[in-house]
Design a binder for this molecule. Structure first.
Ligand SMILES: [Zn+2]
Length: 361
């Protein structure tokens, strides 16, 4: 597709950051790229993203990514040779610069929706984790807001822009991950905490952030608005997929179960009614205690099934082949995309096999 797009946009070129970036991120160590293709930065960087070619004993080795790209350049050349003008009606369905990026429009819509609730500026943004699907709007959302508590404070002597923009809060490990991934500094949390709980009284509500270590990563938090009785869970709980347990960044099935139990320890429900604590999942629909309970039970059951097979000496391949999640797959399973059923089963398996390694990162 890129060939058509570049031709239509009359692009003169484009920067590709990783033709042969073979290092472990921010070091000069070269890992086995056939085993570890994300520079140890998954999921901030998808597998295969940092490079197009592999190092081989007799020179570079081709990749499917590289071939697909080469084909797109052939498309470009074909359009040129055929004399089709870049603004030809034949290419009218292609996106233009005005259509990019989609997330900006989404953020604008979100800011407009918040403004409808209140004419006061956004003062605080709580990040539940570091992944881009939960932090990608930080820069814009922060710029739309204001934190008067920082103006004229200790911080304003250190940073000229103190208080200009909302204050982004998160656990310290989330800030560390975002720094390591070189996310734009204006979108990196500046107000971080190391302890298990961070409290704040704001908008007549008591707001608590609880660090849930080693659940999906080592830096995730849930946010509880006590007065409104709403819990925002981030990726610890979703209604759409198996938990995204990222063992390379400190996630573990044990920590995930503990985090889900922590949510359940804080929820209240109204029998047969809609009342009670509202749970905002990382992905999916607005939920309550019942959905979190089902999800927790699912993770516990899958964990127990995998542990059973491990105790009987099963290999990862045997565990995957046993399809231990089959009864949940129609609801949560995926065979493609960034988080497949196999990846989840593998994360559970490796976490149970080497709990120390998963917890120590
Ligand atoms: Zn997510």
């Amino acid at each position: 597709m890129s060939g058509f797009l570049f031709y239509h946009l009359q692009a003169k070129g484009f920067p590709h950051w990783g033709y042969d970036y073979w290092f472990k991120m921010d070091t000069q160590q070269v890992p086995d790229l056939f085993q570890e293709g994300a520079g140890y930065a998954w999921p901030g960087i998808p597998y295969g993203d940092p490079f197009e070619i592999y190092p081989g004993p007799n020179g570079p080795i081709d990749s499917i990514r590289w071939e697909v790209f080469a084909e797109s350049l052939q498309d470009y050349q074909l359009l040129q040779t055929a004399g089709i003008p870049p603004d030809s009606p034949l290419l009218k369905d292609l996106k233009t610069y005005a259509d990019f990026p989609k997330s900006e429009a989404w953020i604008d819509k979100t800011i407009a929706a918040i403004k409808k609730l209140s004419d006061r500026p956004v003062q605080f943004i709580a990040n539940t984790g570091f992944r881009a699907d939960h932090t990608g709007g930080n820069v814009k959302l922060r710029a739309s807001g204001l934190d008067p508590s920082l103006q004229g404070s200790f911080f304003s002597n250190q940073f000229a822009d103190a208080g200009q923009g909302a204050t982004i809060m998160s656990h310290q490990n989330t800030q560390n991950h975002m720094d390591a991934l070189k996310m734009p500094s204006a979108g990196v949390p500046s107000d971080t905490f190391l302890e298990d709980r961070r409290r704040k009284f704001h908008n007549d509500d008591s707001i608590e952030m609880f660090w849930e270590p080693n659940a999906v990563t080592d830096g995730d938090s849930i946010v509880h608005f006590r007065r409104a009785d709403v819990i925002v869970t981030g990726d610890i709980f979703t209604t759409t997929q198996y938990p995204f347990i990222d063992i390379h960044n400190g996630g573990s099935v044990q920590g995930e179960i503990k985090a889900l139990n922590d949510i359940l320890n804080r929820t209240v429900y109204e029998h047969e009614e809609d009342g009670g604590t509202l749970v905002v999942p990382g992905h999916g629909y607005l939920s309550n205690e019942h959905e979190v309970l089902e999800y927790r039970d699912m993770v516990v059951i899958v964990r127990d099934r995998v542990r059973d097979m491990i105790n009987k000496g099963a290999t990862l391949e045997q565990v995957k082949a046993a399809r231990l999640t089959a009864d949940y797959d129609t609801r949560y399973g995926k065979s493609t995309g960034p988080w497949t059923t196999d990846m989840f089963v593998e994360a559970v398996y490796s976490g149970l096999k080497q709990p120390a390694a998963a917890a120590s990162k």
